[in-house]
Ligand binder design. Structure first.
Ligand code: UD1
Length: 349
């Protein structure tokens, strides 16, 4: 029986692996699920895993937050041992985190077939740790599973065409598997129009003047802004002793299904997350991105997403805009997981 190791560690990876895990089971493939431990807070890890119907991992490496080198090195060591112990036929990695890079490096150096889900994304901003993780993972992997035509074009330009396949975006599979009408909204989402926001990128959280400018801009919007705080943001708010003002209210992160349900009824999303920009596009919610660039240029179509990184003073105007009602479906048909499994099984030597 073919066995495949799925390596995950951070919140968005628990979401992406769900549909692939189910598709592997349907294809009769044995799955070994490894959690590096990168995200460990209940709301960042267990609650999300439960929400997307993921079983308990076969192994949790328990690697916690540290410097990038230390965190990645500990994962690398743990993953090498895990691959030697379980001897999978292939290792699947997801997205752009330190867990992704560690898994690709450990597996490829052991000569184990390595596939990267969500390959080919580029922000072309090399000061982002995620960009370095993506580029390195793509070049290390044996199979590059691109979610969009744009991603595939990036891989072609880097000479990786023969190892690449366009499969669609597995986050569409994940989103479509949730019945949003059955999800109970938090109380604050039921009392009139509001915006929802998230901020977690180091470029936005770790520079006090940048973070203060973001909080001020969010606080100046004409409707309540509910900011769902990633642990890094909560930590920086405390460290810099920053208080939120105006329309801004801070909450704990939400589980996956609730996040989607809240976003769907919101007036708009303000975020620096990659995945949320895309989910907003799919749900038809205007997104304002608190960055200078996006890995998902398709979302800019018809004004559904705008990049407001250096234009924070125009946030009230941008957030209130009305996008063009027509939009295409560049992220695929929600059947990416089945194609991923098919491609992996076809290409394992
Ligand atoms: C990681 C990914 C990023 C992804 C994001 C999703 C890298 C380099 N970045 O960033 O691509 O978009 O996950 O959320 O891998 N912390 C906790 N509890 C947790 C997790 C983190 O308290 O469960 C705190 C830690 O103090 C840490 C900070 O949050 O300092 C950031 O954690 P880190 O592992 O650096 O990853 P993210 O910023 O979440």
């Amino acid at each position: 029986m073919v066995s495949i190791m799925n390596v995950v560690g951070a919140r968005p990876q628990f979401i992406k692996v769900g549909p692939v895990s189910r598709a592997l089971a349907e294809a009769g493939v044995a799955e070994i699920l490894v959690h590096t431990g990168q995200h460990y807070d209940v709301l960042m890890s267990d609650a999300i895993m439960e929400d997307v119907g993921l079983r308990s991992p076969d192994l949790n490496l328990g690697v916690r937050s540290d410097s990038h080198a230390t965190q990645t090195a500990q994962m690398l060591e743990g993953l090498e041992n895990a691959i030697l112990e379980f001897r999978p036929d292939a290792v699947l990695t997801y997205g752009d985190t330190n867990s992704t890079l560690a898994a690709a490096l450990a597996a490829s150096k052991l000569g184990v077939f390595t596939a990267h889900v969500e390959a080919g994304l580029r922000s072309f901003n090399r000061s982002m740790p995620e960009e370095l993780n993506r580029v390195a993972t793509d070049h290390l992997s044996d199979l590059l599973l691109a979610p969009t035509k744009t991603a595939l074009a990036h891989l072609q330009r880097e000479g990786l065409e023969r190892r690449s396949a366009l499969v669609g975006d597995v986050m569409v599979d994940a989103l479509l598997s949730i019945d949003l009408d059955r999800v109970e909204l938090p109380g604050w989402a039921t009392t009139g129009p509001f915006y929802v926001a998230t901020v977690h990128r180091p470029a936005n959280t770790d520079d006090p003047s940048r973070l203060a400018a973001i909080l001020e801009a969010l606080g100046s919007l004409d409707k309540p802004v509910h900011l769902l705080a990633h642990p890094r943001l909560r930590d920086r708010l405390e460290a810099y002793r920053m208080v939120t003002k105006g329309s801004l209210q801070v909450h704990e992160p939400l589980p996956y299904a609730k996040m989607l349900a809240v976003m769907r009824v919101s007036h708009g999303l303000l975020t620096d997350s990659g995945g949320l920009q895309k989910e907003a596009f799919i749900l038809g919610v205007p997104c304002t991105t608190l960055r200078e660039e996006t890995e998902w240029p398709e979302t800019l179509e018809g004004g559904w997403n705008v990049l407001a990184g250096s234009r924070l003073e125009t946030l009230p105007k941008l957030a209130g805009r009305t996008p063009d009602p027509m939009r295409s479906s560049p992220f695929g048909d929600g059947k990416a997981a089945a194609r991923i499994v098919e491609e992996v099984l076809r290409r394992i030597p």
